[in-house]
Design a protein around this ligand. Sequence first.
Ligand SMILES: NC(=O)c1ccc[n+]([C@@H]2O[C@H](COP(=O)([O-])OP(=O)(O)OC[C@H]3O[C@@H](n4cnc5c(N)ncnc54)[C@H](OP(=O)(O)O)[C@@H]3O)[C@@H](O)[C@H]2O)c1
Length: 339
Amino acid sequence: MLPTRTLGTTGPRVSALGLGCMGMSALYGAADRAESIATVHAALDAGVTLLDTGDFYGMGHNELLINEALRTAPAAARERALTSVKFGALRTVEGGFGGVDGRPAAIRNFLAYSLQRLGTDHVDIYRLARLDPDVPVEETVGALAELVEAGHIRHIGLSEVGADTLRRAAAVAPIADLQIEYSLISRGIEEKILPTARELGIGITAYGVLSRGLISGHFARDRELAPGDFRGASPRFQGANLDRNLDLVDRLRAVAEAKGVTVAQTAIAWVLAQGPRHGADIVPLVGARTRERLTEALGAVDVPLDAADLAAIEAAVPAGAAAGARYAEGQMALLDSER
Ligand SMILES: NC(=O)c1ccc[n+]([C@@H]2O[C@H](COP(=O)([O-])OP(=O)(O)OC[C@H]3O[C@@H](n4cnc5c(N)ncnc54)[C@H](OP(=O)(O)O)[C@@H]3O)[C@@H](O)[C@H]2O)c1
């Protein structure tokens, strides 16, 4: 079984790797439903206890998929599973994004629908996907604290917020974890956000640890992306930026091969190794959509990295080496964490 880690000082104990289910419903091109469910089952069977989703991933599609996967899983695995759900990102009929809503009344409405779609009576960690610029974080967190009190959610999380917002939120109620992008090529949190989370006893669930497949070792220069694939508009996947970033992957591959492991395992193991280094647990969310990718990702927990390994990895992919921002301009503007 997988080792476990605790999310902050007040959060739950979860598997050292969580399964991010987004790509099973949205943003990375078509996914196979039966294989997605088999992947969730395989993850639970291997000891993954944390399933991450958002109500806006395929406009409810992802929650319904998780519902089906949990309903058809063995009872013991279902009982161990913890759900982490994001809300607040508004969608349009055309499939676009239409802003953020963190108002208390909207939160209660979002949760009512999520519980129905998930087929559960509570969510384990519930979080606003992006800070709503029109609603003070104290109001949003205050409403979430009432939902904890009522037993509808167990813990409060945050997503992509900066250090000041973390501090304001934590003054209202205990925050279990901050979900934020963190990888070998997205290291922005190290300067201020990570030390603040650590000081406040807030755990980190890291997403994009493979930079959406870019540093997985499986992304080819000539890969055709389906319309609507996030990567089609991501600066890191464009033209010369992509070339530069895949050169970094080649350098990482040399380090991985010398250790007899894969590129993806090295990138995930690097994030796992940052927890103890920063004195706080970090739980990477892996976005596997197939059992094959899942098996590879889970193998990362058996890749111990010593100081020489970490130095070799950082020499291959130095901080700040990636070309291109992690989101396109309009989406960057929504990130409190980048202010
Ligand atoms: N809070 C937020 O703002 C936010 C934002 C984004 C995501 N998330 C959460 O974080 C989760 C993970 O994010 P992500 O999907 O961007 O992360 P990721 O793990 O960086 O990228 C996942 C992609 O990498 C590719 N890949 C290649 N080898 C892999 C392997 N061995 N294991 C897993 N994936 C491999 C997969 O593409 P192929 O399937 O094509 O091989 C997959 O679609 C999401 O599912 C979601 O729950 C949160």
